[in-house]
Design a protein around this ligand. Structure first.
Ligand code: SAM
Length: 212
């Protein structure tokens, strides 16, 4: 597992991640979110934004593999999955996952999405965090700005009825972002996974059933 200065050896999720070969304890946040909202249901084309070191990509790959047989019925089904992960930092490879080292707010990244999937995606995940300055007010605002960029990507590439998970900080501009996002999804929930640190103001917004 990748060394993380914020990860404490006595943290039960750190220990569990090490035992279960996840690269980051954050893997459990995605597992918690999925348990509660079933976001991977019939999801075969998945985009993950801000993926380093790759814990969410590992979980996504595992569940996508299971989904190939789980949903092989008369409804929406694909006989393969496609997962695209990206980060400004390096990510070591994961079998059957395409990884791009790029700032996902750049226009070039939109071409990557278009070329790789060739159609709209079923699910977008974002655990992306801005580099914190330590000034809470500024950090909260910059994270919300990043979230608006993610919503723009979703507007273009997430299919109607698709789902999204976005990490945000509860602070300045949060309410306004929530209201903007609410107009675009039939269901919008905020959720703090059990595995998210209590002392962190991070929270995840889960948008289900994109409206258009
Ligand atoms: C908390 S980490 C993600 C952890 C990951 N979900 C996992 O399970 O391993 C947040 C990541 O977001 C990335 N990030 C933030 N803004 C980005 C951007 N504009 N483009 C690409 N990556 C970005 C950071 O580099 C950082 O690696």
């Amino acid at each position: 597992m990748t060394k993380n200065p914020h990860m404490h050896k006595n943290d039960p999720h750190y220990k569990q991640a090490k035992k279960e070969n996840y690269r980051a304890r954050s893997a459990y946040k995605l597992l918690d979110i999925n348990k509660k909202f079933n976001i991977f249901k019939r999801a075969f084309y998945i985009l993950d934004l801000g993926s380093t070191p790759g814990g969410w990509l590992q979980v996504t790959r595992q569940i996508s593999e299971e989904n190939l047989s789980k949903y092989n019925d008369g409804y929406y089904h694909r006989d393969h999955f496609k997962i695209l992960g990206c980060d400004v930092k390096a990510i070591s490879s994961i079998e059957d996952v395409k990884i791009v080292r790029i700032d996902f707010t750049l226009p070039e990244f939109l071409d990557e999405i278009r070329n790789y999937f060739g159609r709209k995606v079923d699910l977008i995940l974002s655990d992306a965090s801005i580099k914190k300055s330590g000034i809470k007010f500024t950090d909260d605002i910059n994270q919300v700005k990043l979230c608006y960029k993610i919503l723009e990507i979703a507007n273009e590439f997430l299919k109607t009825k698709g789902s999204i998970v976005i990490k945000i900080f509860q602070g300045s501009d949060y309410d306004e972002f929530f209201s903007t996002m609410k107009k675009q999804f039939k269901i919008l929930k905020s959720y703090k996974p059990r595995s998210s640190r209590k002392d962190s103001n991070e929270i995840y917004l889960i948008g289900l059933n994109k409206l258009r």
